[in-house]
Write a protein that binds this ligand. Sequence first.
Ligand code: MGP
Ligand code: SAH
Length: 254
Amino acid sequence: MGKRKRKQSIQVDRNSGTFVTPQGQVLPAGLEKYWRQRHNFFWRFDEGIIIDVEGWYSVTPEIIAEDTASRIAQLYNQGSSKDFGRICVVDACCGVGGNAIKFAEWCERVIAIDISAERLELARNNAEVYGVADRIEFILGDFFQLAPMLKADVVFMSPPWGGPEYIDAPVFDLSSLPFRTSQEWIDSARLVSKNIVCFMPRNCDPVQLAELYPEAPCEVELNYTTGFFKGITVYYSDLALFGGSSPRECKRLS
Ligand code: MGP
Ligand code: SAH
């Protein structure tokens, strides 16, 4: 922080269809736009953050992750200070840690699950960069198998959407998530907590999102960062009653 970021450029090699980052990572062409957003994904990117291919196109921008975590913690704290929310949050698919790190900054206990051992290790590395690794319990496994054994105050999910092509559909069909449908994710999450938060594609149908958990109040929040629409956060049950207007421009708090 405080240091000026050096302007760095990258060049795609047309023969190999790849580019090499200044950190020496070889990435497929097409991911350049994500690499250019690296400091939006992690404000401390230059301090040793590591992201793999799926992580590059899936990580939640830090400002949105901060907004979600602070909102959850403040609901339980009834205040606006950055005291820990005395709650346990399960991050069902933690990826490279974008959300889990922010939950660890704002909440007392975080359980971060991922089915990929490689990405779970990257999440641990990245949490170390932020100094919060010791406050996250990292679990390698399939959320669907673990869910019946878990209880938490809040469960957060940002499942795979099927790659950057998710945006090609005019309306993203929630049953078309890879591996498991959105309904299956919600049904398993309900075993962990009634308070569910999901980060979903910006081309989702809000009505379809509400129908996934019809018994619960639901609030659909459109997440903008610096004017760009990035995704939709949906809050179910107690969290939906907190207020919070939609659309929401996520602002840096710290
Ligand atoms: P995007 O639409 O692929 O990128 O993803 P961008 O930069 O908005 O593209 P542009 O061409 O419109 O400028 C937007 C954000 O959605 C990403 O930064 C991720 O936070 C999130 N995201 C994208 N994908 C493909 C996934 C995914 O598969 N899973 C999850 N959980 N998040 C994703
Ligand atoms: N919010 C994360 C990005 C999540 S990307 C971040 O900010 O970094 C989605 C993640 O879900 C991927 O890392 C993928 O490995 C994981 N995943 C897919 N299926 C899963 C399952 N059944 N159980 C747990 N994790 C899963």
